[in-house]
Design a protein around this ligand. Sequence first.
Ligand code: C2E
Ligand code: MG
Ligand code: MG
Length: 697
Amino acid sequence: MAVVRTVLIIDDNKEDREMISGFLNGDYNIIEPEDSKDAIRVLDANAGIIAAVILDITSDVKSGYGFLHIMKKRKNLSKIPVIITAVTDNDELEINALSMGAGDFIYKPYNLVVLQKRLDNIIRLSENASMAKYLQKDRLTGVYSEEIFCKKVSHMLFENPGLEYCIVYSDMENFGLLKDLFGENAGNNILVYMARVFKHFIGGDELCGRMEADHFILFLKYNKETLNKNLESIVKIINDFPVSMSIRLKFGVYKIDDINMPVQAMCSRAVLAADTIRGRYGQYVAYYDKEIWEKQLYEQEIINCMEEALKEKQFIVYFQPKYDLESERIAGAEALVRWQHPEKGFMSPGEFIPLFEKNGFITELDKYVWDATCGYIENWIKNGYPVVPVSVNVSRTDIYNPDFIEIILGIIHKHHLEPENIHLEITETAYTDNPGQIIDVVKKLKLIGFVIEMDDFGSGYSSLNMLNELPIDILKLDMGFVQGDMKTNSNNILSFIIGLAKWMDYAVVAEGIETEEQIQMLRNMDCNFVQGYYYAQPMPPDEFEAYMLKHNTIGKMDDINIDGLEELKFKKSQGVMLIVDDLVLNRKILSTSFSSYFKVVEKENGADAFEYIKENYKDIDIIMLDLVMPVMDGFTLMKHLGKDERYKHIPVIVTSQAGEKSVRKSFELGAVDFIEKPYNLRIILHRVQNVVMASKK
Ligand code: C2E
Ligand code: MG
Ligand code: MG
């Protein structure tokens, strides 16, 4: 005999409650607590036997959510699935409930049969699956999660080997823009709406799932004609969603021809098909075909040989000069990688970088390119060649690598260079993935002294937002701006963006400059730098060296008015800068910036510093002192120094968090200056310069 399960029904509308319990009775044991407080008591007492809860939130949404919250927080209750019901057709309510952990959401008035089906399902799910999977459904939209979708597909294929099926992948091309313009909520609403539309179109033995963001996957019986018709209707219906923007859907279809292939791979094929029509206006469906298959094979070949290629130094760094528009002198260069493949021949980055970005190998390649680039610069310096800052490309995967800063600093130091020798080009789209992370990393890089260029600016969609938040130095305009038809209004946009950038104090680089006409236009718009075939193509290192010797370069970036580093006016000193700070990053920022002017010594607390000072006080030009440190703090160290005449000549700059008290006390104890953290490198350079020059007089 089947086990009769117990269901708790919480609804203060007595009629509704009796209607459900009447309908379910027999199939389920029903408990009807008086209110949600009583419900918690009943749940606590019967946690082990309650299979599901049906909770109506019509009359009091807030306490309904409160109840749900309590259930999800209590270990003994969190696994019990909750179905929320309400008299409303309010998507937001549903979204909220699902995102708070409700297992399902049902609108009143009920269709009792549907209610029972869903109840049966959710109980079965929660019993069959482990907690992590018990929902199986995507919380926002109620369709299957990717994992469950794949499992179910594989099961259904196995059960129906004779039928023809396909996987359809759906991608909303402008979802990011929509969210940007209309907000996260609108984004969620449209996803819920899309899921409903898809569900409407799928039959009993077909499936709908969601991968991530706006990407849905469908498992459908294959009939090309019906499918095309349905997709056309879906596009129309989804475009009926009330938002003042057309929704650009792209579908990729893979007709399943090998049921033994992992379902994930089938989905990837559908994704690949959709990718082929990305950006193509008016085309919304593409089928996986032989051409895509061959491309996949080709990519696999590349992947198979990439590691060996790196070992065998098949990658070569090319350099393309960047010109200062006003003086028409070379102000910098960009390092661009090429692949000299023994069989395939010479390959441009477009053929392999996107692939390496997908599979993560880009971090290895980038490290190699940075290292090679720094090696060349080191050599140029050694040989007395003219040296300009070289921009290297940093991909988004690099930024998410927690060791990124350490790696790039390591390379710089290995080649005895300074951060200012290279600029870092970060592509704009990296920002749209995870703005918080990139803002954080860029801030740190800037403190260390790197000049940051935003590459391909204007190609993504969050551009203007981003300008406010990211502390970059240089905007590198997407090539499309300059190469667009100059008679259209891309010209106006360009001049607007350059104006905006200038107003915000960024220098502007335009790339892809091929004609005199473009140069003239950019000059009129007051653009700072240009890069393009008009001046020079990217070239191999030896050619670039010859080119640099022949052409006029701007020595250091000194004429260039960017918010970067200025030359110190005092000459390189034989003396020591003693940096006392317990945090490595703080010490690194200072030591990297000053190592070309002083012999830098780092100590991590006052006590160690004091020992060093006793021995070496005659050699010390300046002390950069943090206040808060373990073992001996900055104040105590200054007290010690104040007591001994021998140390009085050494200027101490306190570097610490601001605080009126600390500032006053520092000066009382003899500090010559106080610099607030976080550092602004330019200010520090000035102040150190002032202090050292004053003390040398
Ligand atoms: P990017 O960083 O925006 O580089 C500019 C691209 O424009 C380069 O293409 C360059 O050769 C090309 N270019 C320069 N002037 C002109 C011109 O006047 N007209 C036209 N039509 N094109 C011009 P390339 O070298 O094929 O590189 C393509 C992209 O590959 C780069 O775009 C960059 O995003 C990426 N890339 C190249 N090297 C590396 C690398 O070492 N690491 C990473 N992560 N990405 C790289
Ligand atoms: Mg670049
Ligand atoms: Mg670019």
